[in-house]
Design a protein around this ligand. Structure first.
Ligand code: P71
Length: 462
């Protein structure tokens, strides 16, 4: 399509029509702001953040076509035309004829699990995302992760670290008995494993195992387009196919999907549950009415449904994905060139810094990844998120911190929001910190909430 030098340059496949000013602060201001926030980046006002890499969820920039779509929102209670547009788009891309909009991804999980999951049952997944795990537990189920072993090794650059270990999966089905397993889930890309893709061959394998035992398969589709792009890049025999064909094949191995549209549908709010089976759709609709609203709006405005349909139409564009994944790769490459340890390969939506190797002088009890996130904010006004000891919480049995295997700092890249120069600034700030890493100090709690402590906790430097 384009020459090598052009690809390397990574020029944006869009131009800018509307801008949102962001304020730069001085180091002195940031030191004061983070102190007042109790050294918790979640407690910072977003306006005090220059580059916000807290999450890629709901933070995308919509296109002119999506904004224009908001104006043709049909706000009828039932049967809005935007619903039919969404339904036709979902059917074309995913191949599922039934769709129930929901206000976001976890709401689709809630509707599906309430319909299918009974107390004492087991749900396998490559790796459960936090909300998926919480909703399985909420229905009295037991979430079990079955990833390939490479998923847990940040130094092993395998192409499909989001794959399900088919041996482990089949063993689990045999030991529990298929009657105890109402469905299987596959998360694409696998967020908890660092945004790692699942291969077509693996999805086919999951379907084969599932069919042998009569168990339905659902895909957590929130980053499906990024997953399809990785398949085209990395899976033998896929380079010549369109992303639409690849996506269609991915979902041909599933009976339905849950979707947080805040990721690969390029909107700020929304989600859906899509299903192949009409009877299941009817049963799920009953719960959708109770939790979300009438099944043609599902907790959203008509205009939101239109933006979602249009976002889905845009996201499989190859030049968009090449730039998107290219941005993540660019940040990863800049850090690796400077010797900064990161999880390899980088995922589709984020770069994860391996903080155990970045700050080896800090004991895990002094929250090294948290300390690095504070230092990065003070250095350059960049907000990132700790995926480490603070997030992991306490072990209810021992009362001690439930020390995780990996101590990571996530730099999640919002879609179509930041330029190459923004990412270069992030890279340089981290590289500068790496040069003076022995000066970074640990933290201790001054206030520790009993649940989900990372959101509201306060700290002081050790
Ligand atoms: C992310 C998020 C957003 C998030 C949600 C909860 C706590 C912290 C951050 C959300 C996901 C996801 C996957 C694989 C379902 C959801 C829930 N990710 N599956 O990574 O990554 O979607 O937020 O629309 O309810 O920052 P929802």
């Amino acid at each position: 399509m384009s020459d090598a030098w052009e690809e390397e340059l990574l020029a944006e496949p869009y131009r800018i029509k509307v801008i949102e000013p962001v304020r730069r602060t001085t180091r002195q201001e940031r030191e004061e702001l983070i102190r007042r926030a109790g050294y918790n980046p979640f407690r910072l006002p977003a306006e005090a953040v220059y580059i916000d890499l807290l999450t890629d969820s709901g933070t995308s920039a919509m296109s002119d076509r999506q904004w224009a779509g908001l104006m043709i929102g049909d706000e009828s209670y039932a049967g809005s035309r935007n619903f039919y547009h969404l339904q036709a788009t979902v059917e074309r891309i995913f191949g599922f004829p039934h769709v129930i909009p929901t206000h976001q991804g976890r709401a689709a999980e809630n509707v599906l699990f309430t319909t299918l999951l009974k107390e004492g049952q087991v749900v396998p997944n490559n790796m459960h995302f936090d909300t998926t795990k919480a909703h399985v537990l909420h229905k009295g189920g037991r979430p079990v992760d079955c990833p390939v072993t490479a998923a847990y090794d940040p130094t092993q650059p395998e192409p499909f670290k989001g794959n399900v270990d088919l041996g482990k999966l089949e063993e689990l089905i045999r030991t529990e008995g298929p009657a105890k397993i109402p469905f299987l889930m596959v998360t694409a890309t696998c967020n908890s494993g660092g945004g790692q893709p699942v291969s077509l061959a693996n999805l086919r394998g999951v379907k084969e195992v599932a069919s042998r035992y009569g168990i339905p398969v659902f895909i957590d589709a929130c980053r499906f387009a990024e997953n399809a792009y990785f398949i085209k890049q990395r899976e033998p025999g896929q380079a010549g196919r369109s992303l639409g064909e690849i996506a269609r094949e991915m979902f041909s191995y599933a009976d339905g999907c849950t979707m947080s549209a805040k990721k690969d549908a390029l909107v700020n709010i929304g989600g859906f549950l899509a299903l192949r089976d009409e009877q299941l759709y009817r049963e799920a609709s009953v719960w959708a009415v109770l939790f979300e609203g009438f099944p043609t709006y599902g907790g959203l405005a008509g205009r939101d449904l239109e933006a979602m349909a249009r976002g889905l139409e845009e996201v499989l564009d190859e030049s968009y994905l090449a730039h998107r994944i290219g941005q993540v790769e660019y940040l990863a490459r800049r850090l690796l060139q400077a010797g900064v340890p990161i999880v390899e390969p980088p995922g589709g939506h984020a770069v994860y810094v391996d903080v155990r190797r970045f700050l080896p002088h800090l004991p895990q009890g002094q929250f090294p990844a948290w300390a690095l996130s504070v230092a990065l904010y003070v250095e350059a006004g960049v907000r990132s998120v700790e995926v480490g000891t603070v997030l992991a919480g306490r072990d209810p049995a021992t009362g001690d911190h439930d020390y995780p295997r990996l101590e990571l700092l996530r730099l999640a890249i919002p879609r179509r929001v930041y330029t190459q120069t923004h990412l270069e600034l992030v890279a340089r700030a981290i590289i500068r910190l790496y040069g003076q890493r022995d000066r970074i100090k640990g933290f201790r709690f001054t206030f520790e909430p009993p649940v989900l402590r990372h959101f509201t906790a306060r700290f002081e430097p050790v």
